[in-house]
Design a protein around this ligand. Structure first.
Ligand code: 5GP
Length: 211
């Protein structure tokens, strides 16, 4: 069996990528969403092993030194990283694994796994981003401003991604993302196992030299 696709998703805070991931994984069963490790404290509605594996700094640093992470980054004074074992295991099973991580980590993944597909999620406009951040009603003016500033900085990295995904209509966005990943399955480098098998099978029929 061919291995699954490794898809890395990043996007501005307020791009709706969390909702998008939930919708995609509930509608299609070929996806496995990686659960990251972090040193940040759990939010009230978060559960160990569901949103994150919550670690102390010491535990996290041990994971780094044991080479248990595909990538890790510091984000707002906390560590975030992707555990290797789950990702590899799911890809071997043929699942398409999704990492929802920030830009630094995404670029690190691309360096280690050039075949990974990098997808950047954005609202249709900056105005809409501001509207979504304000509408949440959970953040102060100051936090919204700092998220918008950060989005401005992050925008310069968008061109390093493979695909841009504009999140306007949620369902359309789910379909677009599903199509992007489906296309990756057709790439030659994604089909090494198939190609090797085909060659073996053809060898059985081979008689003498041809071209
Ligand atoms: P939050 O604290 O809001 O859950 O996440 C903060 C940021 O960390 C988000 O941009 C999220 O995508 C990113 N993030 C979550 N897990 C990982 C990870 O394993 N590695 C990296 N590099 N970033 C992550």
């Amino acid at each position: 069996m061919n291995k699954g696709v490794l898809a890395v998703v990043s996007g501005f805070s307020g791009s709706g990528k969390g909702t998008l991931m939930k919708a995609l994984t509930s509608q299609y069963d070929n996806y496995a969403l990686s659960v990251s490790a972090t040193t940040r404290k759990p939010r009230p509605n978060e559960k160990e092993g569901r949103e994150y594996f919550f670690k102390t700094r010491e535990e996290f640093e041990k994971m780094i030194s044991r080479d248990e992470l595909i990538e890790y980054a510091q984000y707002v004074q906390n560590y975030y990283g992707t555990p290797k074992a789950y990702v590899q295991e799911q890809m071997e099973k043929g699942k398409d694994v999704i990492l929802e991580i920030e830009i630094q980590g995404a670029l690190e993944v691309k360096e280690k796994y050039p075949e990974a597909v990098l997808i950047f999620v954005t609202p249709p406009s900056a105005e809409e981003l501001k509207r979504r951040l304000t509408e949440r009603g959970t953040e102060s003016e100051e936090v919204i401003e700092s998220r918008l500033n950060r989005a401005y900085e992050e925008a310069s990295y968008m061109k390093q991604y493979d695909y841009l995904l504009i999140n306007d209509d949620l369902q359309e966005c789910v379909e677009n993302m599903h199509q992007m990943i489906a296309k990756e399955h057709c790439k030659i480098q994604q089909n090494q196992v198939f190609i090797e098998n085909m060659k073996k099978e053809l060898k059985v029929f081979k008689k003498g030299d041809s071209i």
